[in-house]
Design a protein around this ligand. Sequence first.
Ligand SMILES: O=C1O[C@H](COP(=O)(O)O)[C@@H](O)[C@H](O)[C@H]1O
Length: 331
Amino acid sequence: MKQTVYTASPESQQIHVWRLNSEGTLTLVQVVDVPGQVQPMVVSPDKRYLYVGVRPEFRVIAYRIAPDDGALTFTAEAPLPGSPTHISTDHSGRFLFSASYNAGSVSVTRLEDGIPTEIVDVVEGLEGCHSANISPDNRTLWVPALKQDRICLFTLADDGNLTAQNPAEVTTVEGAGPRHMVFHPNARFGYCVNELNSSVDVWQLSDVHGKIECVQTLDIMPPDFTDTRWAADIHITPDGRHLYTCDRTASLLTVFSVSEDGSVLSLEGFQPTETQPRGFNIDKSGKYLIAAGQKSHHIALYEITGEQGLLIEKARYAVGQGPMWVVVNAF
Ligand SMILES: O=C1O[C@H](COP(=O)(O)O)[C@@H](O)[C@H](O)[C@H]1O
């Protein structure tokens, strides 16, 4: 398996393209100068394109991915209705979703043979909209509205339109601030990291009656932590055994193990990391985790070890200024 790591650094308007070597080191392949402040990124399901959200002229840029070394070539761009905070696609690669925190909206852009084209739907009124997460069955879009302590649930239609479901949302405790999500590979549970109280919620996608409910909430901070909580990102290993979150004030990654069926998280430990980790990711083999320090301007690479999934730092690398997004692609 050949793997490429992409890091986005908005302050220097760069994407760094790295080869992930099998022994857990990175080799720099390319530095792309982006025409704007590049923030969220996602790889298309067919792995042909890297989509990146750019500001201050709000748009999505599609870069063609070279299959041999992961290098990027500018291919197309399309406007977005608000500042892109998070972008993702549906599993068929027909639609791109952009969540905008500042506009309080989520939009759907049609992808034609991988190229972003027209905006087909925009839903407004989602205060602090922080991400858009398609369910494993490609039917339900989960959209956390951080300032409203709710995750809105939309059905994705065949033409890309979003329709509020019934019930239209699930709610967190007051002041949690739901932000980023991942799903278990068994498609039965979702996990949401809450920015404002630095917790993680486990959502059972539906029980026998079709009801979605929160089955566990865990603190992601050490018991003696008293400073301002400021969580950011969450990821799960491809085998569903280990889950990680980060907090920016503490510059900390938190390590959880996941029960066999995905319903229960157990705290395993804490890993100090780069200063102000806003984004991190896990490689496709589940062996490595790469975290970006928005204030250290470096990324750190960790090996995921043992039954507990604890992290051992292997290396750190300078990237551009203010790195905040990491994605991994594999061929
Ligand atoms: O992490 C955060 O994200 C929001 C939105 O970020 P933006 O990059 O889309 O403007 C930010 O405003 C918030 O303060 C911060 O905690």
